[in-house]
Ligand binder design. Structure first.
Ligand SMILES: NC(=O)C1=CN([C@@H]2O[C@H](COP(=O)(O)OP(=O)(O)OC[C@H]3O[C@@H](n4cnc5c(N)ncnc54)[C@H](OP(=O)(O)O)[C@@H]3O)[C@@H](O)[C@H]2O)C=CC1
Ligand SMILES: Nc1nc(O)c(N)c(N[C@@H]2O[C@H](COP(=O)(O)O)[C@@H](O)[C@H]2O)n1
Length: 224
């Protein structure tokens, strides 16, 4: 599986303000690039924190890109994946609508009645891990479902865990022309943070997009 993390951050490294509400950091050109990246993916993944904050659809917006996917005998939209250990995704969340398939990655701590509720809403529930989603096992299960190209959109907690587990192949960061501040505002990689051994990146390209910059990095193999 090839895992691409794509996110937009402010010039000071924040994914959103301290209110944790959805905020447009990208401009028109960058949102269009993201739409193409979604269209080129088998699935688009977020953590449940992003579902609760943004209620995203995670679908492809451009009709020509839908047609191109259908021509390739792919579903109109990539699948959606939510890391949600105990099922906090609301039953009326947009990610559960009929526009795309949705996988909910849960742990053994997820209540049975919540699992049933999600399955009734049409989601595929995949359990991995005891208390929290074990991302290595979960991504292997997704690969077993035919997902080879996984795009991760955030948020910072999920992105940190994916780096910690050594599961990220590529990082694409759009840096927008805004300063958000806020010690409690989400950043690109939150979690506990690294203190000794840090993921190393190799810079592949730097490109001006809208009034910001798109950085593309590949992740170096770790020695450990
Ligand atoms: N600018 C941008 O590009 C983007 C911005 N955002 C912003 O980011 C914020 C949300 O980010 P954040 O709060 O970090 O939420 P995340 O989307 O990263 O979700 C975090 C939650 O995912 C669940 N989870 C399950 N398994 C794991 C695991 N192994 N590791 C980590 N998390 C796991 C946890 O909940 P549980 O334990 O209950 O399972 C955790 O609290 C919002 O403000 C949103 O607007 C989000 C995406 C993109
Ligand atoms: N690439 C990018 N730029 C921004 O400025 C953003 N705020 C985001 N947010 C992500 O996009 C999701 C919303 O998707 P839909 O429009 O609902 O399909 C949101 O949840 C974040 O993951 N991304």
């Amino acid at each position: 599986m090839h895992v691409v993390v794509n996110a937009a951050m402010s010039a000071d490294g924040k994914l959103a303000s301290r209110r944790r509400e959805q905020l447009a950091i990208s401009g028109r050109e960058d949102f269009d690039r993201v739409d193409q990246l979604r269209a080129d993916s088998d699935a688009v993944m977020v953590g449940v924190g992003t579902v609760l904050a943004d209620d995203p659809s995670l679908t492809v917006k451009d009709a020509d890109r839908h047609s191109a996917r259908l021509d390739r005998r792919e579903p109109k939209n990539p699948a959606r994946v939510v890391a949600d250990s105990r099922i906090r995704t609301p039953p009326d969340a947009t990610v559960l609508d009929d526009d795309a398939e949705t996988y909910l990655l849960t742990s053994e701590a997820a209540p049975t009645d919540f699992i049933e509720q999600m399955e009734e809403a049409g989601a595929y529930v995949l359990a991995a891990g005891e208390d929290r989603v074990d991302l290595t096992t979960a991504l292997a299960k997704l690969e077993g479902e035919g997902i080879e190209r996984l795009m991760v959109e955030g948020g910072g907690e999920l992105i940190f865990s994916l780096f910690e587990a050594g599961l990220v192949d590529e990082l694409r960061v759009y840096i927008g022309a805004k300063v958000l501040g806020g010690r409690d505002a989400p950043t690109l990689a939150d979690g506990d943070g690294f203190v000794e051994s840090f993921p190393e990146l190799a810079l592949e390209s730097v490109e001006q997009v809208d009034d910001g910059v798109l950085l593309t990095w590949t992740v170096e193999e770790s020695d450990s």
